[in-house]
Ligand binder design. Structure first.
Ligand SMILES: *Cc1c(COP(=O)(O)O)cnc(C)c1O
Length: 400
């Protein structure tokens, strides 16, 4: 007869199988118990046929991986602790000392910082290309180029790149491509099929599609997570091995939060999109605004590429930027942002709360044609008329 503490730990009760709730269970594990030594010697974690250790997968993580792979139109998925970790995992899996990676000039800022501050220190070179010009990308691909990042629209400045043409250039040169698909969220377009039936662009798609699940898949503004999706099994195994060696595991409660939000992703995406377009249109008509940057508006750079990829009635995220007229200096634009009541000052997007951030673009980009200050809006799920009224009252603070 063992002592109660031992009995508690080795309790024989097993709940009945076949619990058929729609939500999956939350399985937490570092240790996974093997039935015998033969099983531990024969362990295989690579093919999702069994369990070996929490880091390599649990029923909960496998469930989310399969759903995100389906959302992106891919076959395999690896979960990582943030969107930025997804970018890092791809870089570290594919690049070695002496290699070069190319990033669009308008890439997500921390991705550029990773290349500049970390990759360079490991002997991995990087260069920026003009995402609106496939010929510029073509010219920059050299013998050492092993990976090209794609992203649309551009972070903060919202230009929509001709992704299919960029991917085609890379395919012709035999260079692997990775797309940051956080904006499209697997809904606005398919990152593995960027040609959309255009026979000149047939087969033009990214090899790897990453997403910050922090944004639309979570939708709550509370969870950080990222995904790396592939269609090619060899590429997946390479990334999966790097993921294991780096120890980029995710927590089961966070995975559960994303699994809970995922079924409503399309209705949320459409709601953010609808409100963002209404507010963007209103701002565009205001005399204080010099330029609207929203890919679904014809006046925005790359609108034709958005239309070709996402369709005439295509979807767009709830994200846009405006450039204020140059007669309003940055102090006046700061006062506008401070005066907003419903729009809060903060990073990230795709949560229920509307957010706003002013940016100093000349310090972030090689070439930038505008004089005025840029402000990025992430439109949440509040009533759109309340949001419009908030923008209108803050215009008073802009004029001073
Ligand atoms: C937010 C974001 C990321 C990073 O995601 P985190 O989970 O915040 O690390 C990467 N790419 C894009 C385009 C993003 O918007």
């Amino acid at each position: 007869m063992s002592k109660p503490v031992t009995d508690l730990i080795h309790h024989p009760y097993v709940p009945p199988a076949g619990f058929a709730a729609p939500q999956p269970g939350v399985f937490k594990a570092s240790t996974v118990i093997f039935p015998n030594v033969a099983a531990i010697r024969a362990r295989d974690w690579k093919h999702k046929t069994g369990y070996t250790y929490g880091l390599h997968g649990t029923p909960t993580t496998f469930m989310l991986e399969e759903r995100i792979a389906a959302l992106e139109g891919g076959s395999q998925c690896v979960l990582v602790p943030s969107g930025l970790a997804a970018i890092a995992a791809v870089n570290l899996a594919l690049l070695k000392s002496g290699d070069e990676v190319l990033l669009p000039d308008n890439a997500y800022g921390p991705s550029k910082a990773l290349a500049e501050a970390e990759l360079k220190g490991w002997g991995i070179r990087y260069a920026l290309y003009d995402p609106m010009d496939p010929a510029d990308l073509q010219a920059r691909i050299g013998p050492g180029t092993k990976l090209v990042w794609l992203e649309a629209p551009g972070s903060v400045t919202m230009e929509f790149a001709p992704l299919a043409h960029l991917a085609q250039v890379c395919r012709q040169r035999g260079v692997t491509t990775a797309l940051d698909n956080t904006w499209g969220a697997g809904l606005a377009f398919n990152g593995f099929d960027l040609g959309r039936g255009d026979r000149f662009l047939a087969g033009s798609g990214a090899d790897i599609v990453v997403q910050a699940l922090t944004k639309y898949p979570s939708g709550g503004g509370d969870v950080l997570m990222g995904s790396v999706v592939t269609r090619d099994d060899a590429l997946h195994q390479k990334i999966k091995l790097t993921h294991m060696r780096l120890g980029f595991g995710v927590g089961a409660n966070d995975v559960e939060a994303v699994l809970r939000s995922l079924p409503s992703i399309e209705v949320r995406y459409r709601a953010h999109d609808r409100s963002a377009r209404a507010l963007a249109g209103w701002l565009q008509s205001r005399p204080e605004i010099a330029q609207l940057l929203h890919p679904a508006f014809p006046s925005s750079p790359g609108h034709e590429h958005w239309r070709a990829l996402c369709g005439e009635d295509g979807m767009a995220a709830g994200l846009f930027s405006v450039v204020f007229d140059a007669r309003y200096g940055s102090a006046r634009v700061d006062a506008f942002c401070d005066a907003l009541k419903l729009f809060k000052l903060g990073y990230s997007w795709a949560g229920p709360i509307s957010l706003v951030v002013p940016y100093d673009i000349p310090s972030m980009r090689r070439a930038w044609p505008h004089k005025g200050t840029l402000v990025r809006f992430s439109v949440g799920l509040e009533d759109v008329e309340d949001l419009r009224a908030d923008l209108e009252q803050a215009m008073g603070a802009l004029r001073g």
